[in-house]
Design a protein around this ligand. Sequence first.
Ligand SMILES: [Zn+2]
Length: 186
Amino acid sequence: MGADHAGFELKQAVKQQLLDAGHEVEDVGTESAESVDYPPFAAALTDLLASAMAAGAQFWAISGFRTYGEQTALWQQGRTAPGRIVTNAMGGQSAHNFGIAADLCRDGVVDRAGLQPDYKPEAYEILRELAPRHGLVWGGSWRFPDFPHVQLPNYVTSSQLQPLRAEYERAGLLGVFTYLDQGVCK
Ligand SMILES: [Zn+2]
């Protein structure tokens, strides 16, 4: 079972009833009632995933919102922590920190249950055409390509993200969402 953040409380209640009745429950999230992804972005992303699926390409969104701390921990990977470098953005420098970006993973074997990751860049090429059709930007089209990444336009560079950082520090994620709602950069 699963639910979005608005359905979290209900999911927990239903889950408890199922457990009480002796059923096994697989809970795939979410883990809290807190809002984390900007709803218009989530809507565009959902439409994009449906279009890709209709075109025969199944993607899973494997990473959306990240806290500054999570982003910095990711940045340390391959620098001061083990692993390979996966991002050039520290906390506050990524669209992921403001709920307007997601990383997708192509499912290489749709007939098998669960995600069978396909990391080949070609597997993401379909996003070049589909992402803009849903008002999103695809990281694979950048000078330093980020193939799994899609996000809202106009908030890509550190200077473009500056107003979101300011809002986040002033009023948290809801402040950022209110700012985006005003369409200052649309
Ligand atoms: Zn990303």
